[in-house]
Design a protein around this ligand. Structure first.
Ligand SMILES: [Zn+2]
Length: 238
């Protein structure tokens, strides 16, 4: 049973017994992790306060048979600017919730921690209205779900792409259209998000194309989660 150090972002906490909590985190080295923090609800412990959702913390943990235990937590970032602004806070909560829902325990891709930390720092620096949809599409791509955006998924035609279908996994031309309508502005924004111009997109203000992409991202996330729930072997993995 070894001790180890980690850095992580708290996604949520769950009450355990009289005084303890289970803390779900995205960590740098162990990916998504659940660990027990003992005694944090019995006193007004500063230890417990450091393990609130959204906190970026440095941890000392020891390995357990089923769950690891957090023995020390040191705050690295509070994201105060995010916590004090209801609008930004609700967007930060969306990020935490989508990571919690989409990422499975044991997924130790270090990009997850970098993505979430980068997202929260972006929110701390400014309102970034397009962060939520951009983050959702990046998260889906990290999970291996990258939509086809350059040609119709049915017939291969490369122009007059007017629809997006989450089941088909990409865009469709006017002749094959099904799913949701997508405007050229939203398609161009999505191409930029997934094609390397994330920084440029995050600097932009709110737009109808951004709202459209957010709606579409939510549908794509839902579709991804539903399909995974129906997949065989899910009970073994959770
Ligand atoms: Zn087509």
């Amino acid at each position: 049973m070894g001790l180890y150090r980690e850095r992580g972002i708290v996604l949520r906490t769950i009450k355990l017994g009289e005084a303890d909590r289970i803390v779900a985190l995205v960590t740098e080295g162990h990916g998504k992790l659940r660990a027990v923090a003992k005694g944090v609800r019995r006193t007004k412990s500063r230890f417990g306060a450091r393990l609130e959702p959204l906190s970026h913390v440095a941890l000392l943990c020891y390995e357990g048979r089923s769950l690891d235990t957090i023995t020390q937590a040191e705050a690295l970032e509070h994201f105060r600017a995010v916590r004090e602004d209801l609008d930004r806070l609700s967007r930060a909560v969306c990020l935490l919730e989508s990571v919690d829902a989409v990422v499975q325990e044991g997924d130790d891709d270090p990009r997850l921690y970098q993505m979430l930390l980068g997202g929260l720092r972006t929110l701390a620096a400014g309102p970034a209205p397009l962060l939520a949809p951009a983050f959702s599409w990046k998260l889906l791509a990290q999970q291996g779900v990258s939509p086809a955006l350059d040609a119709c998924v049915r017939c291969g035609v490369g122009d007059d792409l007017v629809a997006f279908d989450v089941g088909e996994g990409g865009v469709l031309c006017r002749g094959c259209r099904r799913g949701t309508r997508i405007t050229p502005a939203a398609l161009s924004l999505l191409r930029r998000i997934l094609g390397g111009d994330l920084v440029g997109v995050l600097a932009e203000g709110p737009s109808p194309a951004g709202d459209e992409l957010e709606h579409l991202a939510n549908r794509a996330l839902e579709h991804h989660l539903e399909r995974r729930l129906r997949a065989p072997g899910i009970l073994d993995r959770t």
